[in-house]
Design a protein around this ligand. Structure first.
Ligand code: ZN
Ligand code: ZN
Ligand code: FE
Length: 758
């Protein structure tokens, strides 16, 4: 007795080897029928014995190809008019209004790695080896359907051998669009002062020799250029910091193997899996106490950002079989806050002042994508920068709504487009503060709209009128006559955290929204916020008592000002023995005092980020920052992990008042308490405060779920201690995993709120 089934598989099932997988599976179980790609996903008709079909379905659902992400599998039994005596792969059917989600760029797979290292293989040491399980995707796709002519591989004609693999359903390279070999594919070359000085293997070897001599090399990667040098060469490191105009911000490292990383950092099982995952993100790892690496790599940090080689070219570069460093600095190819260079012309212009040599290749990058940054929190991944390897994979969007465009915030910008139950949260765009970044933001939105065949009917943006993203949204809504929704920044953070944790209805939760900056509904700068709310609305129950942000942006760059503002607000003297007072000259202090007294350029803020800054400055850890979050990060890094004490914070009606905390900090400071103890007590105070307000709200509203969102939660000490204290008190705690707690997640939250505001 034979049965016939029609199967429709949806999700990321195109360009990931799904059809050959189905083909091999069908052959294995002796089943007949066909498989094809259509606008609905992958469609299959299968005929054969019921038992075999069941086994086939089980394999299909549970062991799909590594890059496939199955969303749904619909199965329909039917009386097939046809009878098949074989299984075949049929021509794709496409529909101009439909789309198939496309895969992110994926690091080299084990099969390709083995081939590349086999002298008998025709792709031996070929830096562009790839297959349906690995290689470039999103960064080379110009248009869909995903076919070679619509990628930056269009100009490379497949040779006979490659074509044979490409056309053979049994081959790992069946319909692998970027397939290439030394005969027909791209190649690498090394340039100095605009002239090519070596090609192919010679280029790689010359680049390696230069690195060992302490030179700085620009290297073209998957989504953009890196600037690389030997991480163990202090002179090269110092030179790089000078040239890149980056004084303290940590550099990312690329290590030849896990074993190398373990020499310098503690690596848990989850962290090892993350490092080796198909995404190969930069993983933040705790530094081992006795480690010999130059401090110039990551000054003042207790963590290091490591990644493993993710393109074949990286593997060849870092080949440690001979006398070569096993550790490279691989920092993004840009000058301080600019976006990373990805086109060759742009790279040659912008990176020439930094790089002695350029290791380039002739496979164009269509979309700029930065390295992703991730880490482990309590056994789970928690992404801090979602880009290469992650975007443009869709997030679940469990709401009914016409397509939405949410434009995100100002710093660490991402945008989000929705279509049905899918949300396409963009890769990390960057800080929308210069023309280049604004341009990638605008181009990115248009590209996503085209790729995902969606045209927004409604637009959502931040309340802050001066964010360039808000201005874009306002203009576009006006030009296209589309409804525009302004979303309060921390409400968006809360919604993002709820949605990514699978929250799909309007039940309110307690939101602890600890953040740097976000425009409040009252016009003040919020950021130490305790909400009760859900997707549709929120109530602000508690907030840090306002203090003046004395000097506006200047107070963000100079935490010493925040410390003085906190002391002044709470009626404490600026004792000349305090490091924050010492760091500013007499004149500055006089100006600050008069700004405070006359309320000049001192908008009120409840920012938790600024409180961390103020304490960091007060303790003498950091008076002036060179990158966002530096003062708080350095404060976190000196915490004594065994200290359990904490300072009191008063909760008055709806204000959280740190006056008593400051009183005890001053007392500790004057009695010579160790900085590491004070830093620990401060962190513990915020953890304790989080519990107190949550308990109050549970008693008031009977709500037992607490969501943690906002940039301050990137602080691992604060995050892990708060989670465990809340859990020990029987709270359900939601925190960020797939999207960042920082402003990189705001766009997704805006979209969720927009879906509820009809
Ligand atoms: Zn592969
Ligand atoms: Zn070829
Ligand atoms: Fe924020």
């Amino acid at each position: 007795m034979t049965s016939s089934l029609l199967i429709n598989v949806k999700g990321i099932v195109q360009g990931v080897g799904f059809r050959p997988f189905v083909y091999r599976l069908a052959i294995h179980y002796g089943l007949n029928g066909w498989v094809l790609n259509s606008s609905k996903g992958v469609e299959i008709e299968i005929q054969g014995k019921r038992e075999q079909i069941d086994a086939f379905l089980h394999e299909l659902k549970h062991h799909p190809p590594p890059l496939a992400v199955i969303d749904t599998v619909e199965i329909r039994e039917f009386q097939s008019p046809a009878h098949y005596d074989s299984f075949s792969i049929l021509e794709s059917r496409s529909d101009a209004n439909e789309f198939i989600p496309i895969s992110a760029d994926i690091s080299i797979c084990d099969d390709c790695l083995t081939e590349m290292q086999n002298p008998a293989d025709r792709r031996f040491r070929y830096p562009f080896i790839n297959c349906t399980n690995c290689g470039p995707r999103f960064s080379i796709i110009k248009e869909i359907p995903y076919d070679r002519p619509k990628t930056t591989m269009a100009d490379f004609q497949l040779c006979e051998d490659c074509l044979a693999e490409y056309s053979n359903p049994g081959d790992r390279r069946f319909h692998a669009q970027p397939v290439a070999c030394p005969q027909c594919g791209p190649h690498v070359y090394l340039q100095k002062n605009g002239t090519t000085i070596a090609e192919k293997e010679d280029a790689i070897q010359l680049a390696r020799a230069a690195i060992m001599e302490g030179q700085i090399i620009a290297i073209k990667g998957l989504g953009g250029y890196h600037i690389a040098c030997d991480a163990k060469n202090t002179l090269a490191l110092t030179k790089l910091r000078e040239r890149k105009k980056r004084s303290d911000k940590p550099f990312a490292l690329m290590a030849a193997s896990i074993a190398v990383i373990k020499r310098y950092c503690h690596v848990s099982k989850t962290e090892e899996e993350l490092l080796k995952s198909p995404q190969h993100p930069i993983v933040l790892l705790d530094r081992l106490p006795q480690n010999s690496l130059p401090k110039e790599i990551a000054p003042g940090q207790s963590t290091l950002g490591f990644m493993l080689p993710y393109t074949p070219l990286h593997v060849l570069l870092l080949d440690s079989s001979s006398d070569f460093t096993d550790l490279l600095i691989m920092t993004s190819g840009n000058l301080s806050e600019e976006p990373i260079a990805y086109s060759d012309d742009d790279a040659l212009v912008r990176l020439s002042p930094m790089a002695d040599l350029f290791l380039m290749h002739n496979r164009p990058i269509f979309m700029r994508v930065d390295d992703s940054v991730s880490r482990e929190i309590n056994g789970f991944e928690s992404v801090l920068r979602r880009a290469r390897g992650y975007a443009p994979a869709f997030l679940h969007f469990p709401f009914k709504s016409a397509p939405i465009l949410a434009v995100g915030a100002g710093l660490k910008n991402t945008f989000c487009l929705t279509r049905d139950h899918q949300a396409f949260l963009s890769h990390h765009i960057g800080d929308l503060e210069n023309y280049e970044t604004l341009q990638s933001f605008e181009e990115g939105i248009l590209h996503y709209e085209k790729l995902f065949r969606t045209s927004p009917k409604r637009i959502a943006c931040d309340l802050h009128p001066d964010y360039l993203s808000t201005r874009y949204a306002v203009n576009r809504a006006e030009n296209e006559q589309k409804p525009l929704l302004f979303v309060q920044h921390h409400h968006a953070h809360l919604a993002a955290c709820l949605a990514e944790n699978g929250w799909n209805d309007n039940r309110p939760v307690i939101g602890l929204l600890y953040d740097g900056t976000g425009m409040g509904s009252d016009g003040a700068i919020w950021g130490g916020e305790v909400f009760v709310g859900g997707f549709a609305d929120f109530q602000r129950h508690y907030h840090l008592k306002y203090v003046p942000l004395v000097g506006g942006d200047l107070a963000v760059r100079k935490p010493a000002r925040m410390a003085l503002a906190y002391l002044w607000t709470n009626g404490y003297e600026w004792d000349s023995s305090f490091p924050c007072a010492q760091s500013l000259c007499m004149e500055d202090r006089t100006v600050i005092r008069s700004q405070l007294e006359k309320e000049i350029n001192s908008p009120p803020t409840s920012s938790m980020g600024r409180l961390f800054d103020a304490v960091s400055a007060f303790l003498g850890v950091r008076q002036e920052v060179n990158y966002e979050g530096q003062a708080a990060i350095e404060l976190e890094n000196i915490v004594d992990h065994s200290e359990r004490g904490c300072y009191p914070i008063e909760i008055n009606v709806n204000e959280m008042d740190t006056k008593p905390l400051w009183g005890e900090l001053i007392h500790d400071m004057q009695s010579g308490t160790a900085l590491s103890i004070m830093a620990a007590r401060f962190h513990n105070s915020i953890v304790q405060l989080s519990l107190s307000v949550s308990v109050n709200l549970r008693n008031l509203h009977g709500i037992n779920t607490v969501a943690l969102s906002g940039g301050v939660w990137q602080n691992k000490v604060l995050l892990t201690r708060t989670i465990s204290l809340l859990q020990n008190n029987n709270f359900d705690v939601l925190w960020h995993k797939n999207i960042p707690a920082n402003d990189g997640g705001v766009a997704y939250g805006q979209a969720c709120i927009a879906a509820h505001s009809i």
